[in-house]
Write a protein that binds this ligand. Sequence first.
Ligand SMILES: [Zn+2]
Length: 430
Amino acid sequence: MNRILLPFLAFCAVAPSLLAQDSIQRASIERLERTLSADSLEGRGSLTPGNDKAARIIASEFASAGLKPIPGADDFFQKLPVTVVAPGLRKIAVNGLPIGEGDVFVMSNRDSLSSNQLGEFTVAYIAPGMSMRQKIGAINKQEKNTLLLIARDQKKSFDRYKGFFGGRSIDNEPQTGPTVVAVLMDSVPVTSYDIKITNRVETRFLQNIAGMIPGKRANEIVLFSAHYDHLGIITPVDGDSIANGADDDASGTTAVMTLARYFAAKGTPERTLMFVAFAAEEIGGFGSQYFSKQLKPESIVAMCNIEMIGMPSKFGPNSAWMTGFDRSDFGKIVQEASKGSGFSLYPDPYPDQNLFFRSDNARLAKLGVPAHSVSSSQIDTDKYYHSVKDEIETLDLDHMTSVIRGLAAGMAPIISGEKTPTRITDAVRK
Ligand SMILES: [Zn+2]
């Protein structure tokens, strides 16, 4: 065997992590990010062709990285049923007066409902100055059908809610829950009403993309996740109506695909690694909700949910923060292990925003899994958030590369079995 070859083989034997580290490259990160945030995917809205395209791209990346389907699956597509409700008939009269189309919206996932019996609907009222959000939130919890009169003074908020609830809605619990009929009308004693509504209700399927690297310990799973859906087509700005979601969350999805390739190149890990791109985070988190019911929570040692790492955090480039930092020692383990990697992890600097409960980690955290989101978003000042301007040109790909490298280093002691994060015991809003 020639001499030149010998030192090279020694290099391979000694430093597989350096070789694997090479797969975390700015160029490949840019390729994945550009692919997912391209106009051709039309903002990856749930149940749209662009979303399906994204799903196929992620699955083919998992396949080419050498991942396996998760237990019980034949491929990387984890399908979940949802109910799509599109509004039909809205024929409403109060005290014998027919209500115009523009002055009514309905929240319901029933295929049809009619009533003119007082008592079958509770009558409620939102007076001028009252919070629509609070009142509607409270009504939805009541589980009773409600005829909700909303003061004309609240027309602006009324129109906003009508825009949101008046259209197609996606639900994962068909034909359950109260029906709310909201009418723009100043307060009057309701002596009679006649309500006739229909909806077009159909079952459709969303899909999580899930793959794994089997480890020596099959029942100890370390999970990396992000969500691949975004808002799709939204109200145009300067003629652009595509919400590309380059940061939200193509950056996290790119990180998941990059880490999958990185760890797959490192051989069999001690613990089993799972990589999941969730569906439907933007419309209710149906993907992570469904996923959390498919696995035994006690088998998940840690969940690192990556959400918006495209731009430097308030602590500067090459840094990120973790939600729910004080709820387990997961963050401290990552901080310690990523020392010297050029990456720094901090506790969530926006505790008032309750971000721990607002992303895909929340469902598994409620089941006791040390499940946290890692982000570098400056959520309080980010002018691109949920807009058509969230494009790849706004991202700092060097920063993003260093965050992904930092997470690869930070997660190593958990993956090797050396460290085990403490379980979450108090996943309740403080
Ligand atoms: Zn997001």
